[in-house]
Design a binder for this molecule. Structure first.
Ligand code: 13P
Ligand code: SF4
Length: 301
């Protein structure tokens, strides 16, 4: 079978032949993140960058909602997702009908939707957000109440930073919901002086005992700028691998949970995606026009 070197060489060749680029989320394994990706980042950066891709084909090494967002923002391009099973527990927690029911129950309250949702859910929303811009997006609305879906913990964490009342939905990230304050207490005992950075998809009690909370890009920037002697990234496992490569002086404590959906992406799956032109992401045009408006409103904030 193909070695890692064979796959990497084949992927670079195929990218040239197909005029393709690979956008990879920060949770991709190092051989994808450092080995074959053209653009890496958090959900917000990938959405921003997707707008400006000039290549014919975008391979999204991430999860399905990220590929849909790239397609929404650059509809003339072919967007491929290497494995159709790359879902997300948050995206699966809510449907378009659920959003319509929430609106009916809370007339006039704007719907702010995390990008970790299907295009059909985005289409029912006023504006999207990511963990990197949620505070700014909510403050831009100038209201005292919002419906913020589907991540209950993100909504609660952002509400505490804005003073805006949030109507929540009981969606959770299966990776971040598993962290507990006890995990953090144990890390502090085992690794004195450690700086703890937590993702806002974690429960609020976890953020209470962390030193900083932010999106994956915000964690990365914090480590790069502050160069803490020891750091624990309370998030998906590949983050520490990827951030440590650029910060050799920082000791990374590695408590982590794997995202099985992100890990569907492998070099073999990416190579096959480029070879076979699979799996192309398509969105119903009537859904796309409304979903795009919610994403573009977010990007304009
Ligand atoms: P960010 O990279 O935007 O922080 O998102 C984290 C995440 O869980 C994406 O699925
Ligand atoms: Fe979804 Fe959580 Fe996996 Fe991100 S880490 S794709 S939010 S399940």
């Amino acid at each position: 079978w193909a070695t890692m070197e064979d796959d990497v060489a084949a992927i670079w060749r195929l990218k040239r032949e197909r005029n393709a680029v690979i956008l990879a989320h920060n949770y991709q394994t190092p051989e994808i993140f450092h080995g074959v990706a053209d653009i890496v980042g958090d959900s917000l950066a990938l959405a921003r960058e997707a707008q400006h891709v000039e290549a014919d084909v975008i391979v999204l090494a991430g999860v399905h909602f990220m590929a849909e967002t790239a397609k929404l923002l650059n509809p003339a391009k072919t967007v491929l997702i290497p494995d159709l099973r790359s879902g997300c527990s948050l995206a699966e927690s809510i449907t378009a009908a659920d959003v319509r029911a929430l609106r009916a129950a809370h007339p006039g309250v704007p719907v702010v939707t995390y990008v970790n949702t299907s295009a059909a859910v985005k289409a029912e929303s006023d504006v999207c957000c990511t963990s990197g811009n949620a505070v700014k997006v909510i403050e831009s609305l100038g209201v005292d109440r919002v419906i913020m879906i589907p991540d209950e913990y993100l909504a609660q964490n952002i509400a505490r930073q804005t003073g805006v009342e949030v109507i929540t939905w009981a969606g959770h990230c299966e990776v971040h919901e598993r962290f507990t304050p006890r995990d953090i207490a144990q890390i502090r005992v085992d690794y004195p002086g450690v700086t703890v950075l937590a993702h806002p998809e974690c429960p609020p009690e976890v953020l209470d005992v962390a030193d900083m909370a932010g999106s994956t890009a915000q964690m990365q920037d914090f480590v790069r700028l502050e160069q803490p002697a020891r750091v624990a990234l309370i998030t998906e496992c590949s983050m520490s691998d990827n951030v440590s490569a650029a910060n050799p002086a920082v000791e990374f404590v590695r408590p982590c949970n794997l995202c099985p959906h992100m890990k569907r992406n492998t070099l073999g799956a990416i190579r096959a995606a480029l070879e076979l032109g699979r799996h192309e992401v398509t969105i119903d045009p009537q859904v796309a026009v409304r979903a795009r408006a919610a994403v573009e409103r977010m990007l304009a904030v």
